[in-house]
Design a protein around this ligand. Structure first.
Ligand code: GDP
Ligand code: ZN
Length: 294
């Protein structure tokens, strides 16, 4: 029988909705009991091999391919990248929030693209300077793409970023994640709030995450990732590893296990003083470090 390859986009009780990677057609697949016996439980995002039953209505899972990674909130496998959406007005998202998201993304060793949304609202010279400051800080570290559902800047570029990859969105509620997806693919017809982490929701609906296929290719997870910004499970001494701009300097610190917060003769602090590392990023690092000491 012909084994076909697909990706699990939905999972409910014992039935998987698998999207065939060649035909882009969804098929409900049945999970034989042998997987349960082997304690193998597929999750959304898994790549699977399956065969189509004689009646052509159902598939049977034959094999679950090894995962490249696995996220917990929401529970999803094989995420290729995080799309961190943020804004500087309505809401004005604090840089420390952006930095906490980035720490979580770095911890998972995922690629990230930052979308600076709602730039139509940045009209005064002060607001334009805020945008330039944001770009100056983050663009040397991660790709930053400014956009807006009103002016539609860079939407072709954003489509290219999402195309043929599995992406998870992240970002505070209200920054425009839902609107962005609707702008990129109007067929999704998401209601505002569909993709928002409702209070108490992000934590509990983890098992019900789905992949939404994009009409130009690729998938997005329907529940934003990293909604819980408490940095649980991360040790304070790890945080410095997740500020990639510190890495070239830290071997020159006098103390080999320098935290870059309290120690003298710290090469990271010197780089901040020389303007080689953003003072704002460094300061946020110190704030996060001290929060975790308590
Ligand atoms: P989410 O919680 O991140 O999914 O955010 P939504 O997509 O629900 O958007 C929150 C609010 O911001 C809605 O009222 C949107 O109409 C508005 N919004 C989204 N994108 C933009 C934008 O680019 N410019 C402006 N001015 N408003 C936007
Ligand atoms: Zn140091």
């Amino acid at each position: 029988m012909n084994w076909r390859k697909g990706i699990v986009i939905r999972f409910h009780s014992n039935t998987l909705t698998v999207r065939d990677l060649e035909t882009n057609i969804n098929i409900e697949c049945y999970l034989p009991g042998k997987f349960k016996l082997q304690k193998i439980r597929p999750i959304v995002g898994d790549y699977v091999e399956y065969v189509v039953e004689k009646n052509h209505e159902f598939g049977v899972i034959k094999n679950i391919l090894p995962r490249k990674n696995e996220l917990y909130r929401p529970k999803v496998a094989n995420v290729d990248q995080v799309i961190l959406v943020t804004s500087l007005k309505e809401p004005k998202v604090d840089y420390i929030i952006v930095d906490k998201f980035l720490v979580l993304v770095e911890k998972e060793q995922l690629d990230v693209v930052i979308i600076l949304n709602k730039i139509d609202l940045l009209t005064s010279s002060e607001e334009k300077k805020d945008m330039q400051d944001f770009l100056n800080i983050y663009n040397p570290l991660y790709p930053v793409i400014p956009t807006s559902k009103i002016t539609k800047d860079n939407i072709q570029l954003i489509k290219e970023v999402l195309k043929d990859r599995v992406s998870t969105l992240a970002g505070l509620s209200g920054v425009g994640k839902t609107s962005l997806l609707n702008m990129l693919d109007p067929d999704l017809k998401l209601r505002e709030g569909d993709i928002s982490p409702k209070l108490g929701r992000g934590r509990h609906t983890t098992t019900f995450a789905q992949l939404l296929p994009l009409k130009f290719g690729g998938f997005v997870v329907d529940t934003p990732g990293f909604a819980d910004l408490t940095l649980l499970g991360i040790d304070k001494d790890e945080i410095k590893l997740y500020f990639p701009e510190f890495l070239p300097y830290q071997s020159y610190c006098s103390f080999s296990n320098c935290s870059h917060v309290y120690e003298p003769e710290c090469a990271v602090k010197e780089a901040v003083e020389e303007g080689k590392i953003s003072y704002i990023r460094y300061n946020n690092y110190c704030v996060i470090y001290k929060e975790m000491e308590q």
